[in-house]
Write a protein that binds this ligand. Structure first.
Ligand SMILES: Cc1ncc(COP(=O)(O)O)c(C=O)c1O
Length: 371
């Protein structure tokens, strides 16, 4: 009988709740406003001839590289950041190697690493989900071949300073260090420049991933970027299919990059609404963690499932993160456009008292003052 590899047989299937997502979708950190109208117009203009051809990644890769201020040899377009993670795991992990992650974090690091037969070493986040830099450094060994950090992190929204990440990369030169900047636009800080900007000081083992699934509203097209030093990117390219990014995604990417005004407008709305939502959660007596991304993690307590159900009954989908390490009773709320956030806030004002959720403890504000 045909059997999957032993690493696959013991892998737990990752099943995000994708079925039946009818309503206001605040559960996957997608854009609630959708992509730029210019992108949509380009998509509508695609013809049969373009779809008949195998997609040509290179010309668009050049544009993406120039957008990031990098050389094309330093950039690979990928089928979302998911594929970038998969490619890094295939390129650098042998069975028995170790992949180091701080938890809670994005699930796919662990899944792709385990699929290669690597063991995943989890380091728990510090108080208030602070990045556990020294604990993580203490776990680096000669077997560590991958370190993945989402910055800002999902599902906590916590961010870590770029120089800490550069120090980790320098302390583990035998490991591929991925800085996943999927939520970069909502945070505004990147390690691209210090890591790759200057040839003389480039960090050979560092990689940065970006996605068009969040601020650009293109999760359905599946497109992302992996950046690194040219010599290492050549290794990653060997594993990638030459047709990994589809023709429609490649056709619209230049429009998406060109319409920065649209992205800036949406990001400004989200940042403002993130502050409003956090303030509202504080007023409702709920504990939340100040976020640098387009979502907020809030502690609901034992009634987390009831809370998710009550919002679903009101047409709003949010994500229960109760089973993530350190996230007992927590729910993640995506932050979107003004109108969508008003709908969420109205529902919260109804549901929180109805379920008797006020904990009475107030969250720590970003400046350390208690609300
Ligand atoms: C930290 C992080 N990285 C990557 C992804 C996936 O990105 P993509 O849609 O580009 O595969 C997500 C999606 O939620 C995420 O939270």
């Amino acid at each position: 009988m045909l059997e999957a590899r032993s690493a696959i047989r013991i892998l737990h299937a990752y099943k995000p709740p994708l079925a039946d997502r009818i309503g206001l979708r605040l559960d996957f950190n997608e854009s609630t406003a959708g992509c730029s109208p210019r992108v949509l117009a380009r998509l509508r203009s695609l013809d049969a001839e373009l779809l008949a051809r195998y997609p040509e990644r290179e010309p668009v890769e050049k544009e993406a590289a120039s957008f990031l201020g990098l050389d094309p040899s330093q950039v690979l377009l990928t089928n979302g950041v998911d594929e970038a993670i998969h490619l890094l795991c295939s390129t650098y992990l042998d069975p028995g190697d170790e992949a180091l992650i701080a938890v809670p974090t994005f699930a796919m690091y662990s899944i792709f690493a385990q699929a290669e037969g690597a063991s995943v070493v989890e380091v728990a986040a510090g108080d208030n989900f602070a990045f556990p830099a020294s604990d993580l450094l203490a776990r680096v060994s000669s077997r560590t071949r991958l370190i993945a950090v989402a910055n800002p992190n999902n599902p906590t929204g916590a961010a870590v300073a770029g120089d800490v990440l550069l120090r980790i990369a320098q302390a583990a030169p035998q490991a591929a260090v991925l800085v996943d900047e999927a939520y970069f636009e909502f945070h505004g800080e990147t390690v691209i420049d210090p890591a790759f900007g200057d040839c003389a000081t480039q960090i050979e083992n560092l990689f940065v991933a970006r996605t068009f699934s969040k601020a650009y509203g293109l999760a359905g097209l599946r497109i992302g970027i992996l950046a690194g030093v040219a010599r290492q990117m050549a290794n990653v390219r060997r594993v990638a299919s030459p047709y990994n990014v589809n023709a429609a995604a490649l056709a619209v990417l230049p429009e998406a990059l060109a319409d920065q005004e649209y992205v800036r407008g949406y990001v400004a709305q989200v940042r403002n609404n993130r502050e409003n939502l956090q303030r509202e959660l504080g007023c409702l007596g709920l504990h939340y963690w100040p976020s640098h991304a387009n979502f907020v993690l809030v502690r609901i307590g034992p009634a987390h499932a009831e809370f998710v159900r009550a919002l679903r009954d009101r047409g709003i989908l949010v994500r229960d993160r109760h089973t993530d390490p350190g996230c007992e009773g927590c729910v993640r709320l995506t932050v979107g456009s003004d109108a969508h956030m008003q709908i969420l806030i109205d529902a919260l004002r109804e549901v929180v008292p109805l379920l008797g959720l006020q904990t009475g403890w107030r969250s720590e504000l970003p400046n350390g003052v208690r609300s």
